[in-house]
Structures are given as C-alpha cells and as structure tokens.
Write a new protein. Structure first.
Length: 583
C-alpha cells in the first residue's frame, strides 16, 4: 500500500469523532490492505512501530530535530518552519505547510510505500550512540522529501509521538471483525486471542491469513504478556461474602504488579501497563531464575519495596525509585524489593487460566521455592464474615492496603483482560465515610494565580467510558498538591497539550488548556454527587445531570496506569449507588 493511500484514511479518521464511523473507516482500510502489511499498519495507526511490551526502542525524536529535518527537506529556512510551528502548535502542520510552500521547487518525488515509511521509522528508532541525532535527521529527510505534504503531516507527528487518531485497541478489534467476518459480532473471539497475547498485529494477521478458526485457537505465548485480570470493589466484608460465598482472601500489597515469564534462561517481567520492565529489576530476575523450579512458567505477583534490615514494607513511592534507566544495580541495592506471588497462569505447556483458583494456587505453591524475598502472598480460605473481618484488620496492621478476596468456586478461572467479580478488593479507605480513591486522567487545566502563577491552579479530571472509548469529566481538582507537585506539573503535562479539546474527551467545561488524556492521578473525594456540569454518566441517573467527585484532593500520580485503566464511568455509577444505599 502506498503511504499516500494510508494518510487519506488518517485524514478521514481525523475528521470524525464518532466511534462507529471510525470503525467503518478502519474496516475499509483493513479490507484493502495486504494481509502481511496489516501488522505494521495497525501499529503505525496507533503512532508506534510495535507493541510497548517488546522492549524494542520507540522512535521518539525531539521536536527540534524534526524542525531541522523539515527545513532541510523543504528548503525552507529554519526560522520560517519554527514560525509556522509556534503559530499552529503542531509539528505535523508545520511539515505539511513547509512542503506545500516549496513543493513546486522539488524534483523527483518517488512514491513511498507504507513499508518504506515503517522501515525508516524502525531504523530511526534503532540509531543510538555518538552521532545518532544527525543520522536520524538524515534518514527522516530522505523520507520526507519523497512524501506528499499530507504524508509529511503524519510522518512528523509520528516521530515526535503526537499522532493521536483516537483509535483504541477495542475499536481496532471491532474493525477487524467487521472487515474479515462481515460483522462486529465476532469481536469476542478476537478479544480472547488479544487478551491472551496482547498482540493486536498478530491477531490481525492470523485473522486475515488463516481466518477466525485459527484465531479461536490462540494460546499463551511465553514472552507476550497476558492482559491482566482486575478486581471489582465492595465496601464491606458482609457484601463480599454475600457475593462470593467461599473465597480466599489475600493481602493486597501496594506495589507494582509483575507478570513474570520464564522461558528457560530467558526471564521477562511485564508491568500492569504491559511494558517490558525486565531491565529495571535484575534482582527479581535473579530470584525467578533460582526460586522457580520449572523451566517454563507465567506467574504474577506484587513487588514491594522493603527495608533491607527489618523486611518491613515501604511505600509505593519508594518502589517507584526503581523505575529508571540508569544506575540500575545501585538502585537495586539501595531500594531492595520483595515479590509476593499470587497467580500461576501457565506451567510447562499447560494453560492454567481455565482452571479454578485453588488449582492455580496449589500449582504456584508446588513450583516455587519460597524465600523471605520471594514467596506466596498471605491468604486465608473462608466463608465466614467474622474471619474475613479479622483477617482484614490483620492485613491493615501489617501495613497493606487491605485485601483482594477471590472466589474459590469451580468457575473461578483467570479471566484475562477482565475486571471480574471473581476478584473483589476491600481497602481501608472504603470503610470510612469518604469515597475510596479513584484513578482519573487529566484532560484539561486552569492557570494558577498568586502562589501558583506559572503552574496550573486546577486540573480537569475524567473517568473512562470503555463502551465509547471516551473520557468524561468528573471533577476539577485544585487541592492536595504539594509545592513540588505544582512545580512538576508543567513539565509533566505540557507534552500532552492539545490545541483543542481532544476528540475522545467529553466535557461541558471549557478548560484553559487541553491535554490528551494520558496522565493518570489518584484522587480522593468526600462523596459522589449529581452534577449538571460534568459529563460522567450524563443523563443516566437523572436527566440533564452527570456525576462528580465532591471536594476532590490529589493523592499521587499513577504512572503505572494507562488512561484506559482509570476508574470507569460504570464504577463511578456503582460507587454513587452504593453510597446512596448506605445513607
Ligand atoms: P488499585 O488502584 O487498587 O491498585 P488497580 O486498578 O491497579 O487497583 P485492581 O484490579 O482494581 O487494580 O486491584 C488489584 C491490584 O492490586 C492488582 O493490579 C495488583 O497490582 C494489586 N494486588 C496486590 N495484591 C494483590 C493480590 N493478592 N491479588 C491480586 N492483586 C493484588
């Protein structure tokens, strides 16, 4: 496929905010693509060259480098390119306009194929070391001189990481189903394969080349993360026992979730967002290699920072110091961790995800040689409210967040990619009158005044609506920030700045600055209230009214969470209902 054909689809996608229309446009694109191009097409459309979990380098060029490239490719002076950029705020438009202005003077345009562009991106991503910046620029100049002005718009946005077509994974699955099976009804089967492998490109390719039957046979593949199972929430032990009956209550440690893949000597660790974080935790890799007694396994657990002498659990913030690219061994020494295991999804060729909890836990116990730093999380099997209450109190006094209570019924499978009622979390904060913290994504901001001049005074926060792939506002948060937080916000958020309200944001409030929904924060409020100015669950509980978090306070950043992992509109509705029941 020619890149110029692909970007015509991009322009059509950009012109609509309706999810159904986007699904149709993408289905048409997938229908005309060759099966072996699909994989690259999908990642390019998401602004990447491969899924995050591969651990391969991403393109990531600085805006300054791209300005230099545009200037060289178009023959425009650098100042002129900078002027268009500062006027439009969009490196894509700067590239397009520069090329349009100088196009007549250009010679020998060679049509670019999608593979040409993909390969160039791949080579740019893999340039490293001395002189790599200028080699990256050279490579990009060669692509842009051969592209159309419209193509240059999308190429420039892709390399700086601002290609945002608003196409989520679920929209792609719908479109694939539509393109290759004639209806989006078969999405479920595609989703299952995707949940087991997290590999949209491979799912698409198998579907196009071999059909739905082959997709239905998808298996866990070592080295490709399984999309993680998540928990629902309830506020009392009584409700939990009523919902689950016999269950196993496990300590809920506040750290980072690990999904560990052991494939002989090759050990990889994936985060909650399915990033490959192996390189950051060499100590965990060593523990897996010595303490896991089988050759092939997929395990899950929570890693927490601990005090080296007392073994006491340290805060989530301490653990986050381990999330870095340099001086890794030194940090491993300074901030040691322990891994508390709670899942076993695969052992030596056997997929355990369809097996019940008790079987998976027994297998985990079998294959792990426990140490103080690498062991199974504490668990208690019960069906008694009073035992659950005691165990919860013990968990809190041991410094955990509370419990994750798991069904032990026959059907208590591992439901990849689902927030399931087979797991229910019970946290300390749910017990108070206050609403539990929610994870929200920043979509806009209002400038600070007085002491906060130069930073943001308040942030507009949204919850996620997975059905429509939209972010809907629930509150403006302006308190709970430390001076340090305030200082860090411009740097943290300015990379996400958007010219206008992003198409996947639903807001009635006019923010002074808009952001692409990417930065997730934990926010605690006093309660959930009806609100005529917020769009979360608008019209669901009362006409002309949505839901809002009242008196919201910022607690902390949740860099471990993707925007799609934020508290959903549905959960906020549930929280509102639960709260109304107890009043
Ligand atoms: P939270 O914000 O409460 O950490 P979350 O949205 O990350 O929640 P949930 O599925 O709602 O994810 O809660 C489960 C999370 O708790 C897991 O992702 C995991 O990181 C952590 N956790 C800690 N201990 C356990 C455990 N024993 N079993 C399952 N998850 C656990």
């Amino acid at each position: 496929m020619l890149y110029s054909t692909l970007v015509e689809f991009y322009a059509r996608l950009e012109a609509t905010a309706k999810r159904l229309e986007m699904t149709d446009i993408l289905a048409e694109l997938f229908g005309v693509a060759e099966p072996d191009e699909l994989e690259h097409l999908i990642y390019l459309t998401q602004g990447k060259i491969h899924p995050d979990w591969t651990g391969e380098p991403e393109i990531g060029m600085a805006e300054k480098m791209v300005v230099e490239t545009i200037s060289r490719a178009s023959g425009q002076r650098k100042r002129r390119v900078e002027a268009i950029l500062s006027e439009s705020g969009d490196v894509g438009l700067a590239a397009e306009k520069s090329l349009l202005d100088k196009r007549q003077a250009m010679l020998g345009e060679k049509p670019l194929s999608v593979s040409d562009v993909y390969n160039a991106f791949d080579q740019i991503a893999n340039e490293s070391g001395k002189g790599s910046s200028s080699r990256k620029i050279d490579r990009l100049v060669r692509v842009i001189v051969n592209s159309s002005p419209l193509g240059a718009r999308y190429i420039a946005r892709t390399v700086v990481g601002t290609l945002r077509l608003g196409v989520g994974d679920m929209t792609i699955l719908d479109s694939l189903s539509l393109a290759f099976t004639g209806s989006s009804e078969n999405r479920g089967q595609l989703e299952r394969a995707y949940n087991l492998t997290s590999d949209l490109g491979a799912v698409a390719r198998t579907l196009a080349e071999e059909g739905l039957e082959s997709v239905a046979k998808a298996q866990i593949v070592l080295g490709k993360p399984v999309r993680m199972m998540l928990a629902q929430r309830l506020s009392t032990p009584e409700e939990i026992i009523e919902k689950l009956g016999a269950c196993s209550a496990e300590y809920k440690l506040d750290g980072e979730r690990f999904q560990i893949h052991k494939d002989g000597d090759s050990i990889q660790i994936f985060s909650r967002r399915l990033e490959n974080i192996t390189a950051m935790y060499p100590d965990a890799v060593r523990m897996v290699s010595t303490q896991v007694k089988v050759n092939h396994a997929v395990l899950e657990g929570e890693a927490v920072a601990i005090d080296a002498d007392s073994g006491e659990i340290k805060s989530f913030q301490t653990l986050m110091k381990r999330r870095r690219k340099h001086r890794i061994e030194e940090m491993a020494e300074r901030f040691p961790i322990a891994v508390f295991l709670f899942e076993c999804l695969y052992v030596d060729g056997d997929d355990l995800t369809p097996e019940p909890y008790t079987k998976r836990r027994a297998k985990l116990q079998d294959i792990v040689e426990e140490t103080e730093r690498f062991k199974l999380v504490r668990a208690l099997q019960t069906s008694e409210v009073s035992q659950l209450v005691d165990f919860f109190e013990e968990a809190i006094s041991d410094g955990t967040e509370g419990l994750v209570v798991k069904s032990t019924a026959e059907d208590s499978i591992y439901r990849a990619g689902a927030r399931s009622w087979l797991w229910v979390k019970l946290k300390a904060s749910y017990q108070s009158k206050m609403v539990e913290p929610v994870d929200l994504v920043a979509v806009g901001a209002f400038h600070g005044r007085g002491r906060r001049a130069g930073s943001y005074g308040a942030l507009l926060m949204a919850s996620y609506d997975p059905d429509e792939d939209m972010f809907r506002t629930v509150c403006k948060v302006g308190s709970g920030f430390t001076d340090e937080d305030l200082l860090s916000f411009p740097e943290l958020l300015d990379g996400e700045r958007a010219e206008d309200k992003p198409r996947n944001v639903d807001s009635m409030l006019e923010a002074e600055v808009w952001f692409e929904p990417n930065v997730v924060m934990e926010v605690l409020g006093d309660e959930i209230t009806l609100s005529p100015i917020h769009t979360c669950a608008f019209g669901r509980l009362r006409e002309e009214s949505g839901l809002a978090v009242r008196f919201p306070r910022f607690l902390r950043l949740r860099e471990d969470k993707a925007p799609e992992d934020t508290t959903t509109v549905e959960e906020i509705v549930d929280m509102y209902r639960a709260q109304s029941r107890t009043q």
